[in-house]
Write a new protein. Structure first.
Length: 174
């Protein structure tokens, strides 16, 4: 009977690719094990939003969210956002005009009060030359996160449900 086949992997790293390949061929898939589940794009997106709701300086979570398939922010716009985050935090440092270095500096901040926050820059992107699409996406994402932040004090399960609903992931996570 081929109706139930198990695919076992020694490590979790190939699970995402295997999952995508099977789903693209309309093969029903169930992931067993937390490691593989946490690598699914939908779960990464939910975890990233939860991290940002908990900590406005969770820049790695912001990067994962901004570069997700849903928001698809490109490297040039990310670098500009990193520059804006550094400006908002009044972080001093060499400004040689390298956008990728500016993003790196925004991610590398260590002092809590001076840590550049990509989330804060998202809410106040300034007048840097972002692409029009990025500006629209920044605005939509900032609005979405502000709405979720208003519920950050809810019990965790309720907050996770709210995040899943807001992201429109009910079908994917079912």
């Amino acid at each position: 009977d081929w109706s139930q086949i198990a695919v076992l992997t020694r490590t979790n790293s190939p699970i995402g690719a295997i999952f995508e390949a099977l789903v693209s061929r309309d093969v029903p898939v169930e992931i067993v094990g937390l490691g593989g589940l946490l690598e699914l794009p939908e779960i990464v997106e939910v975890c990233s939003v939860l991290a940002l709701l908990d900590d406005v300086s969770a820049n790695p979570a912001a990067i994962r969210l901004l570069t997700s398939a849903r928001w698809a922010i490109g490297i040039a716009d990310l670098a500009l956002l990193g520059r804006r985050a550094a400006d908002l935090a009044s972080v001093e440092g060499p400004r040689d005009g390298d956008l990728v270095d500016d993003l790196g500096r925004a991610l590398a901040g260590t002092e809590a009060v001076a840590t550049p926050s990509l989330l804060e820059a998202l809410h106040d992107p300034g007048d840097l030359p972002y692409s029009p699409a990025a500006r629209r996406r920044f605005s939509r994402l900032a609005h979405e996160l502000a709405g979720l932040r208003a519920h950050a004090g809810e019990p965790v399960l309720d907050l996770v449900r709210r995040v899943v609903t807001t992201l429109g992931l009910e079908a994917e996570l079912a």
